[in-house]
Design a protein. Structure first.
Length: 32
């Protein structure tokens, strides 16, 4: 499993790469 650093404001959070893909796909698909 590949982890990705995501910086949100002052915080840096480690997300699994799969989670990032799911979030990106839902935004592209127009899902909430």
């Amino acid at each position: 499993m590949c982890l990705v650093n995501v910086q949100i404001g002052q915080d840096t959070i480690m997300y699994p790469y799969e989670t990032i893909l799911i979030i990106m796909l839902s935004k592209v698909s127009g899902l909430p």
